[in-house]
Design a binder for this molecule. Structure first.
Ligand code: ZN
Ligand code: ZN
Length: 269
């Protein structure tokens, strides 16, 4: 299984400036399926630049109606459905991905909703597929319908917080995760209401105790603070291997032993 980052930037100013790319990430080979998670601006272009074929995707996931998460979802649907000529793929998202809720969404046109299966995911909802289960996890963020996920297969559990502030029972949603992927927008103690910082990620890791933790979705302050230094600090404080994701980083993970992984940096074509 591979987790590949087509962007590790997050928040409005990193997105506008493209100090880091914002294409989200892929999970290839989880329970035999290929996922693209939170395809922000550049997801399609970065896929091709890094040599990944978007037409081979099975599942597209959009966690909430912020543009750094949904911008390229429609064009990825076109890639998956061969230009809207085939009934193909599954789109999983928050309510606001599919419907308007207050000032958020929808992120996908009626036309682009017509050729793929759709799953509106809510926090605490569990949906079973042939070889895995997905559970919606709670977020505390601008879009009140935003969801993270926990993917559970026989051999491996992957959790993704999406954008969220730290809240008292956040760990309960990610309990049991072998791999914990988090949006960590800010360095040090600089936690804000809607986003986690390095310190809040330390608290979450200490409670969840994953075999591997990955941080992504960096704001400008985090980029200035150097995410690799923050990751090293988290590793020292938690004893858990922590990777600061980088644009084009592909992590090859042993499915049955996720503490065993190999990092490769993809060439840009
Ligand atoms: Zn975001
Ligand atoms: Zn957001």
């Amino acid at each position: 299984m591979k987790i590949t980052f087509l962007g590790t930037g997050g928040g409005r100013f990193t997105t506008i400036s493209q100090k880091r790319m914002t294409g989200g990430f892929r999970i290839d080979g989880f329970a035999g399926k290929n996922f693209h998670i939170d395809p922000g601006p550049g997801a399609l272009v970065r896929s091709h630049e890094f040599g990944l074929d978007p037409s081979g995707l099975d599942i597209l996931f959009v966690s909430h109606a912020h543009i750094d998460h949904y911008n390229d979802i429609e064009v990825l649907i076109e890639a998956v459905t061969q230009g809207m000529t085939k009934q193909k793929g599954l789109v999983i998202g928050s309510k606001t991905v599919f419907e308007r809720y207050k000032q958020w969404g929808p992120c996908i046109s009626k036309y682009h909703k017509s050729k793929s299966d759709l799953l509106m995911l809510f926090r605490d909802q569990e949906v079973d597929f042939d070889d895995f289960r997905i559970k919606g996890t709670k977020t505390s963020h601008g879009d009140p319908t935003g969801v993270g996920f926990q993917l559970n297969s026989k051999d491996l559990i992957i959790s993704y917080t999406s954008d969220t502030g730290y809240f008292s029972d956040i760990h309960k949603y990610h309990e049991g995760a072998d791999i914990l992927i988090a949006s960590v927008l800010r360095p040090g103690k600089k936690s804000i209401k809607c986003h986690m910082s390095t310190d809040s990620f330390i608290s979450l890791i200490n409670k969840v105790k994953p075999k591997l933790a990955i941080m992504t979705h960096f704001g400008l302050k985090m980029i200035q603070a150097i995410p690799e230094k923050e990751a090293q600090n988290i590793k020292e404080k938690t004893g858990v291997p922590v990777i600061a994701a980088f644009d084009g980083m592909s992590i090859d993970i042993d499915y049955k032993n996720p503490g065993n992984f190999k990092i490769e940096y993809l060439e840009r074509n």
